[in-house]
Design a binder for this molecule. Structure first.
Ligand code: DAH
Length: 292
């Protein structure tokens, strides 16, 4: 009986306090004159959108992550060793001229043949960084910004983005490379996409090839995007040159593999039919808003 009495007293007290607050609150409500209903839901903030380069990069990474590639990163300011020499560009090799380099003037570092620092001209430099630190098997994809001393136009810019791929293991064949790239092309451009490989030259791969994908706009019939060839060039690739493995302390007798590299802007331009590379860097919201 005592606890029952105590409970009812407690209830009365609580109710009284509650009532007191309710009255005070109602009073307050009458006194405020701004006429706003604070219980209404807020107005939604307009949502932003990802940059098309970010969208395409994420798609590339996700396609390769599904077949076991992890993501690696390297610095944008590189030394000659990682950007050129370790990739089998000889000191006087004409292939160095293929890349218009932005050099950074610093005191010569005696470690390598000229010790110069530069803004990396390709993400292939990350291959060397990975192989210096990891033991095979290696399956990695390296996205990043690269720089070239080129005149800016609708088709070229002094910086752009690339994705590098590297696969090193025992007994890797050219057929593995071809199948991996076909898988990529069909995931990226559609299950009816075809690929073709044309012989090419890169100092860090032997044999080397350039890969074309069938034009998805005209389905190979010929249009002004593919310049009436039915094919679009999208990347360079090849079997990693034994010298590159040796330069990273890996025995080419034991291991081999393939590598490939592609430009993100180029793929974004094809996917979204963007005619001018400069649009990616102007940050005009009318352009960016279209990628919601
Ligand atoms: N690094 C080359 C470029 O910037 C692209 C490339 C070609 C990367 C062939 C590769 C490769 O890994 O095997 O033009």
């Amino acid at each position: 009986p005592y606890t029952t009495l105590f409970r009812s007293k407690l209830k009365q007290t609580a109710e009284a306090i509650c009532e007191q607050y309710r009255e005070a609150f109602e009073q307050q409500e009458e006194n405020t004159s701004d006429g706003l209903d604070y219980t209404l839901p807020g107005e939604a903030m307009p949502s932003g959108s990802f940059h098309p380069i970010t969208l395409v990069r994420s798609r590339i990474l996700s396609i390769f992550s599904r077949i076991g590639f992890n993501v690696s990163d390297g610095p944008e300011v590189e030394d000659d060793w990682h950007n050129f020499s370790a990739l089998n560009f000889l000191p006087e090799h004409p292939a160095r001229d293929m890349q218009d380099t932005f050099f950074i003037n610093l005191d010569p570092d005696k470690e390598h043949y000229n010790g110069q620092l530069a803004l990396r001209t390709h993400t292939s430099s990350v291959q060397i960084r990975v192989l210096d630190n990891e033991k095979p098997p290696v399956r990695t994809i390296c996205p990043g910004r690269v720089y070239r001393n080129e005149a800016i136009s609708a088709r070229a810019h002094c910086f752009f983005h690339q994705v590098e791929g590297l696969y090193i293991d025992e007994g890797v064949s050219f057929a593995d490379l071809k199948q991996t790239l076909l898988y990529f092309a069909q995931e990226m451009f559609g299950s009816d996409a075809k690929i073709r490989l044309r012989p090419s030259y890169f100092p860090f791969t032997e044999p080397s090839a350039e890969m074309d994908v069938s034009c998805q706009i005209c389905k190979g019939k010929g249009c002004n995007v593919c310049k009436y060839t039915g094919w679009l060039e999208i990347m360079g690739c090849g079997m990693v040159d034994p010298n590159v493995l040796k330069n990273c302390g890996i025995s080419p007798e034991e291991y081999n593999g393939f590598a490939f590299g592609m430009g993100i802007e180029r793929i974004a331009m094809l996917l979204y039919q963007i005619g001018d590379i400069r649009m990616f860097y102007e940050n005009d919201v009318r352009f960016l808003e279209q990628f919601k």
